[in-house]
Design a protein around this ligand. Structure first.
Ligand SMILES: *Cc1c(COP(=O)(O)O)cnc(C)c1O
Length: 398
């Protein structure tokens, strides 16, 4: 079979929910991916901010192989060792007190919403609470997560969604204040908006929201699914600010390639929220993903991944600033650590497609932002190679 056959086979079999790039990926090594024709690509997308350790890390792969031979799955009716270790490491890294493992980001959001609702229910003795979410946010595709995703285009066909969700503007404290009522149980937001176009929270905003929450006994839910796990130069992006969430979510790089997410909470929330019977999952946190998460935290320490991000990110930022200064079609640059965005006047889908031809995997965010979320283990030479390939791409499109 050749590439065209694989693509046609997939298009006939898979539900057409994605307009995929005409690329059949075969294997990866370090920060490079190879397609079935053997063409090499520099990967600045990392499977949408998942492959923090790049591809083919021997120690990570070995840990997974060992666990496969030992025990894959048990259900949550029993204990297993890898998941206990993964939980302890995640709590140590986050300073949170309790964790629940899920199979994806969207399920982590579902759990966070349920925990917040149950907390308010326990406190007030009745249901019917409201949640404030942000415009241009992204929290996932299941109905609860979609309900707090501030993108009417994603929501429109699927109504009625979860009632009692109100939207405010990100980085606009007054707009959040205006949505608070005596029924508000939670405010949910990304610490750095990802899909919406790479917008980091301004300190006054996130710290102001924390204060509003404290004053009104509202829970702050921070979605760290994309910006967490070292990407911004701290293990979790909220650690850059003088805030701590009551509930936080993680996924994407948490397992560096295995499907795993989590929601974490403080003891205060745990005491008054989900109790036996309130929530569950068959797969969530099985020994296989537990072994992966556990090894990811070990490797972050061994490889000093966060120090590395803080060393390499200023270089990437400097190169992107230079690029914006050089190309009139690039109009703004923002981001944190190895989560960067550049606004682009050329249709960004065209830039991504052309970049692929030039051997660069680059994704977009929102309607006009090029998104840079490479593996966290990239080196300066990879930044240089990316810039050179992107310049070639922009020159061709100009
Ligand atoms: C990707 C993402 C999600 C959804 O995660 P899935 O694993 O795709 O369900 C939720 N929130 C944020 C911020 C994300 O980037």
């Amino acid at each position: 079979m050749n590439k065209q056959d694989y693509i046609e086979g997939a298009e006939k079999a898979l539900l057409h929910t994605y307009n995929r790039f005409p690329l059949v990926l075969d294997h990866g090594e370090g920060v490079y991916l190879y397609d079935t024709d053997g063409k090499k690509y520099l990967d600045f997308a990392a499977g949408i901010a998942v492959q923090a350790l790049g591809y083919g890390n021997k120690e990570y792969n070995q840990a997974l192989k060992d666990q496969i031979d030992k025990l894959l799955h048990t259900s949550n009716l029993y204990y297993n060792v890898p998941t206990m270790e993964a939980a302890q490491k995640a709590l140590k890294a986050s300073g949170m007190d309790r964790i629940f493992f899920t199979n994806s980001g969207t399920e982590a959001i579902e759990g966070a919403i349920k925990a917040a609702k149950k907390y308010a229910y326990t406190r007030d003795g009745h249901a019917g609470h409201e949640i404030i979410a942000m415009n241009h946010s992204f929290h996932g595709r299941s109905i609860g997560a979609l309900s707090v995703t501030g993108n009417m285009h994603y929501q429109e066909p699927f109504g009625p969604l979860l009632p009692g969700v109100k939207f405010a503007d990100y980085n606009d404290l007054e707009s959040v204040k205006a949505q608070i009522t005596d029924k508000t149980c939670a405010i949910i937001m990304e610490t750095v908006q990802g899909e919406g176009g790479i917008y980091p929270a301004e300190p006054e905003f996130i710290e102001g929201v924390r204060k509003l929450c404290d004053e009104n006994d509202i829970l702050l839910i921070l979605d760290e699914i994309q910006c967490g796990m070292g990407r911004t130069g701290k293990m979790f992006a909220w650690q850059h600010y003088h805030v701590k969430p009551d509930i936080m979510t993680s996924a994407k790089a948490l397992g560096c390639g295995v499907p795993v997410g989590a929601f974490l909470m403080t003891q205060k929330v745990a005491d008054k929220s989900l109790a036996p019977g309130d929530h569950g999952t068959t797969y969530g946190g099985n020994p296989f993903v537990g072994a992966a998460v556990s090894k990811v935290f070990d490797l972050f320490e061994e490889l000093h991944v966060i120090d590395h991000v803080n060393e390499i990110a200023p270089y990437l930022e400097q190169k992107l600033d230079e690029l914006v200064a050089k190309y009139p079609c690039l109009t703004a640059h923002r981001g944190k650590g190895l989560m960067q965005g550049v606004e682009c006047q050329i249709p960004v889908g065209q830039v991504s497609a052309k970049a692929l031809e030039n051997g660069l995997i680059l994704i977009t965010a929102g309607s006009n932002v090029l998104r840079f979320v490479p593996p966290l283990v990239i080196e300066k030479e990879h930044v240089d190679e990316m810039i050179q390939k992107l310049e070639l791409t922009l020159d061709q499109l100009a």
